[in-house]
Design a protein around this ligand. Structure first.
Ligand code: ADP
Ligand code: MG
Length: 325
């Protein structure tokens, strides 16, 4: 099948990374756990239980390098928990997973980030009280939590500091946040927060960027800009794995879609095939009797403080942060 028939959205630019990603995935079987030609992440037999509830139960999944993969599924499917296992914020009961061929079992979140796998986090209350540039500098330390705050006060080489500041300023310019450099992060709009979260994650020069609901709480005007930035990551050679309820975004930017329900991978394929997949439709209907395939953004979210403590928290209003609410 020609690549054009397997995707939606913008025309495919010849020689683009998008074209390469689509071509690489063209012959991948459209079934759960399918092997990819060049996987950056491989997961085997990952189980995470909370008491009697099995939140994640993934037998096998591979994430293709250089592609944008969407992870979708009904609320409570285990998507955020799965992200937490991969990035070291939580440890599964069983399972093996490798990033770039190396096991990440037991590796701490900031070390995972340094190795090139980062996830974005909501701007929490604590980070809202820091300026935009301070948030960016913290991003360079890997990821979040108390260790990041400790690191901020630890002495470090001026050359490194200057390099970090240069990178931070480049990223702020790219995300059009340079005018906000000295403003408190808490004063940013919902969309600007999402941009800052993404920019902060890029401070470690990641290979794999994981975005958990990047569009939640973003107004339509800024959505296009965010979409453009995500596509830009792929064109720079990064791999993107994102969780999103906004099916327009999934359709528009993903090269491949993985569907989770009740902790398991139940379907995989290009966006157009997934949206027409009966198993997927049934999974959504099963948990949202009265909702369409693009449910509104009311979902389980975890903030970085909670993640650092290994707790999940249900937030019925993911778009707003504490100080806005
Ligand atoms: P999703 O991100 O797909 O909406 P989650 O990964 O947040 O789903 O949650 C999957 C399931 O695990 C849900 O039933 C949720 O209530 C439960 N869960 C998540 N984190 C915890 C936790 N720390 N303690 C207990 N249950 C949790
Ligand atoms: Mg979630």
């Amino acid at each position: 099948m020609p690549a054009e028939a397997t995707t939606m959205g913008d025309p495919i630019v010849p020689g683009s990374r998008r074209e390469a990603a689509l071509q690489a995935l063209a012959d991948v079987p459209r079934e759960p756990g399918s092997k990819k030609p060049d996987p950056i992440v491989i997961v085997d037999d990952m189980v995470r239980r909370f008491g009697g509830l099995t939140a994640v139960d993934v037998q096998h999944v591979e994430i293709q390098r250089g592609a944008i993969t969407a992870l979708i599924g009904p609320n409570g499917a285990g998507k955020s928990t799965f992200f937490n296992q991969l990035t070291g914020f939580d440890q599964p009961d069983t399972g093996a997973w490798v990033f770039n061929g190396t096991s990440l079992k037991g590796v701490k979140p900031h070390q995972v980030a340094r190795r090139g796998m980062v996830r974005t986090f909501q701007l929490t209350k604590a980070l809202s009280k820091l300026t935009v540039i301070e948030n960016m500098r913290l991003g360079a330390k890997g990821q979040s939590g108390e260790s990041m705050f400790r690191a901020m006060f630890a002495p470090f080489w001026r050359a490194q500091e200057n390099a970090n500041t240069d990178r931070a300023d480049d990223l702020l310019a790219r995300f059009k946040l340079d005018a906000k450099r000295e403003d408190f992060a808490g004063s940013l709009s919902g969309g600007q927060r999402k941009l800052l979260e993404m920019a902060r994650a890029l401070m470690v020069e990641p290979e794999l960027v994981m975005l958990d609901e990047p569009m939640a709480g973003v107004n339509p005007a800024l959505k296009q800009s965010l979409l453009g930035h995500v596509k830009g990551l792929r064109e720079e050679g990064m791999t993107v794995l994102f969780v999103e309820h906004d099916m327009d975004m999934v359709r528009d930017i993903s090269d491949w879609v993985i569907v989770m329900a009740q902790g398991q991978i139940i379907a995989e394929g290009p966006p157009y095939s997934i949206m027409a997949n009966q198993t997927v439709i049934d999974a959504y209907l099963g948990s949202h009797h009265d909702e369409p395939l693009a449910p509104e953004e009311e979902s389980a979210r975890i903030t970085e403080d909670e993640a650092a403590e290994g707790r999940g928290v249900l937030d019925a209003n993911p778009g707003a942060t504490e100080d806005e609410a």
